[in-house]
Design a protein around this ligand. Structure first.
Ligand code: ASP
Length: 307
């Protein structure tokens, strides 16, 4: 079976993930050249449609498409009234007039990318849909870790913080496990969904056993998705769950998808510590998104899907 879109990490089995990562390695080499371009998507159009704030994801998708020589149209609609299925459908129909090969969509609504896939003949890439998934973030995180560790098999990865509101958590739990890692989520019980263990991970209400982790993956407090107080105060949250350099053991790797709330989930000394891979994650974004575009549009025409 094959897959034309990338909506969820569930669209990929381990082999499919590895194929993208291997392709990304060759594009990372292109990114190191003076002229960072290959003609793979010359004459094809990629539409980036961002209905929610983004710095890293939008800029790296744009650079990725340009480095593959595609024509790129970027539409940003922060604060627009496009919040109903019908009006999103109208937008997709309008943009379809450009005959795009791919539509990259970020939306505050879970399921938006899946809907778009039903309305267009373009390949659809989910760049984050509400609390649901952010598959290219997970792929670039696996890429970053694989480069550092060689492989993820047996690695103990702790995902710490606001799991409840995080699409990164969902995609990363799936991707890390598919690559052989053991995942633990940790944070205040109010920010850990009750059903999370159904994804195959462990859940911990404290950081007491954080020393067991090989990798500490910290999540942002997603204030924009909180309609009530999930923690008594940010000060108290920071006291119990903030990752500081002192809380990390030597040898533990530190990751964060960005943007970071400095002084809340991460202290400044942790961000700047040599254990932090945050800059490597951003750098990986371009090569990995080039690989996803390439595999969907020019590779063997489709990504392998999980059985
Ligand atoms: N940038 C990531 C996302 O779009 C993580 C975050 O916003 O905290 O989900």
């Amino acid at each position: 079976m094959t897959q034309r879109h990338l909506i969820s990490i569930d669209d990929l089995d381990r082999h499919g993930i590895e194929r993208i990562l291997n392709r990304a390695e060759s594009f990372a080499e292109v990114s190191g050249r003076a002229i960072k371009k290959v003609p793979a998507l010359r004459g094809r159009t990629v539409v980036n449609l961002f209905y929610e704030a983004s710095t890293r994801t939008s800029s790296s998708f744009e650079l990725a498409a340009k480095r593959l020589s595609a024509d790129v149209v970027s539409v940003r609609s922060v604060g627009s009234s496009v919040d109903k299925g019908e009006s999103l459908k109208d937008t997709i129909q309008t943009l379809s007039a450009y005959d795009p090969a791919a539509i990259v969509i970020r939306s505050p609504h879970a399921g938006a990318a899946q809907l778009v896939a039903g309305w267009t003949s373009a390949a659809v890439i989910n760049a984050g849909d509400g609390k649901h998934e952010h598959p290219t973030q997970a792929l670039l995180d696996v890429f970053t870790l694989r480069r550092r560790l060689g492989q993820l098999d047996g690695a103990r990865i702790w995902i710490v913080g606001d799991v409840l509101h995080s699409r990164v958590a969902r995609s990363n739990i799936l991707a890390f496990q598919r690559m052989g890692a053991e995942v633990t989520v940790a944070g205040p019980p109010t920010l850990i969904p009750r059903e999370i263990e159904a994804l195959g991970c462990r859940s911990m209400p404290t950081l007491e056993h954080l020393h067991e982790a090989d990798v500490v993956y910290v999540l942002r407090m997603q204030h924009e998705r909180m309609r009530e107080a999930f923690v008594p105060s940010l000060r108290e949250y920071a006291a119990r769950y903030q990752i500081s350099a002192a809380r990390l053991n030597p040898g533990q790797l530190l990751m964060h998808p960005g943007p970071v709330n400095r002084g809340v989930e991460l202290s400044a000394d942790a961000i700047d510590s040599p254990q932090a891979l945050i800059g490597d994650q951003v750098k990986a974004g371009v090569a990995v998104r080039m690989a996803v575009l390439y595999e969907l549009l020019a590779g063997s025409r489709a990504l392998a899907v999980a059985a």
